[in-house]
Design a protein around this ligand. Structure first.
Ligand code: AMP
Length: 282
């Protein structure tokens, strides 16, 4: 399996794939890989004969230094895990200086409000950081298609917008959320939970499913209050936000309209670990 740390070596290796008969699929990650990431990689392999997985913990998208410091760094383990899918996968694991060419700084983008709610509201500068690194990585790899999880649905919408505004000729594909047996959305951060919390945290998905049922017959406001009350009864969970939005604009929904698609989003702290999840409501 080839692991590259420099853009130049990566480009040399990929030049043979930028031909008519080959297409490149890319899965950008921050490493500490789990089944959620592997499903994206397998999907990319079904659709392309070359797959690049980037592994880079991007400092500019963390608004909290402690969160960045605690983010797991497990490159060797990640490579072994990818080998279980195919040893033809190409791993791109650049250093910060290599990918940022010395200037570790975010660009500023105009996302027309997609970036100011929910994750954007509670993690200042997060989406400028995400968009900057995704633009740099896409330009370094130049895939035909890049795969992102609906686990980070707001990020997925931001990246679709990014390729539009930056005129990057790459298709963006969203993939469904992969969950643990108790419903917990898989995440590298789950590793930081105690065994006890990891069992209890299935509560988040249970509430999302109940919210979906409620929203079928009740208003958005009623559903939001109901969810907030359920979390109030659970002192171990600190709810940061629960929001019901239109799926395209991500603006909060006050009144349901026929023919519109809605999604519910949640961010919760448990044992000081911040978890996010979401569900399609219709
Ligand atoms: P991360 O390494 O957390 O930045 O995630 C890399 C990519 O994997 C992102 O597009 C995530 O949305 C996606 N991803 C992470 N966890 C899951 C999951 N449980 N289900 C689906 N996609 C996921």
């Amino acid at each position: 399996m080839q692991v590259f740390h420099s853009k130049k070596e990566l480009r040399n290796s990929l030049s043979s794939f930028n031909t008519k008969n080959h297409t490149i699929g890319m899965v950008p990650t921050m490493g500490a890989l789990h089944q959620g990431h592997l499903v994206l990689v397998k999907r990319a392999f079904l659709e392309h004969n070359c797959v690049v997985v980037s592994i880079f913990v991007n400092p500019t998208q963390f608004n909290n230094n402690d969160d960045l410091r605690k983010y797991p760094n497990t490159l060797d383990k990640d490579v072994q895990l990818l080998k279980t899918i195919s040893d033809k996968i190409i791993v791109f694991a650049p250093t910060a200086n290599e990918i940022y060419a010395g200037k570790i700084k975010s660009n500023s983008y105009q996302f027309n409000g997609l970036d100011t709610l929910m994750e954007g509201k509670f993690r200042a500068g997060h989406f400028n950081g995400v968009a900057t690194i995704v633009e740099l990585l896409l330009n370094a790899v130049m895939p035909d298609m890049a795969y992102f999880g609906e686990k980070d649905f707001q990020q997925l919408q931001i990246i679709k917008k990014l390729v539009q505004i930056a005129a990057i000729p790459i298709k963006i594909r969203g993939c469904p959320i992969v969950r643990e047996p108790n419903g917990l959305a898989m995440s590298s951060r789950n590793e930081r939970l105690s065994e006890e919390a990891r069992k209890n945290v299935g509560f988040i998905y249970k509430i999302l499913k109940s919210a979906k049922k409620k929203f079928g017959t009740k208003s958005a406001i009623y559903t939001i209050h109901w969810v907030q009350n359920q979390f109030k009864k659970k002192p171990d969970f600190k709810l940061e936000y629960f929001q019901i939005t239109n799926i395209d604009t991500l603006t909060p929904v006050l009144r349901k309209q026929k023919g519109k698609k809605y999604r519910a989003f949640v961010a919760v702290y448990i044992e000081g670990v911040r978890l996010i999840d979401n569900i399609a409501l219709n």
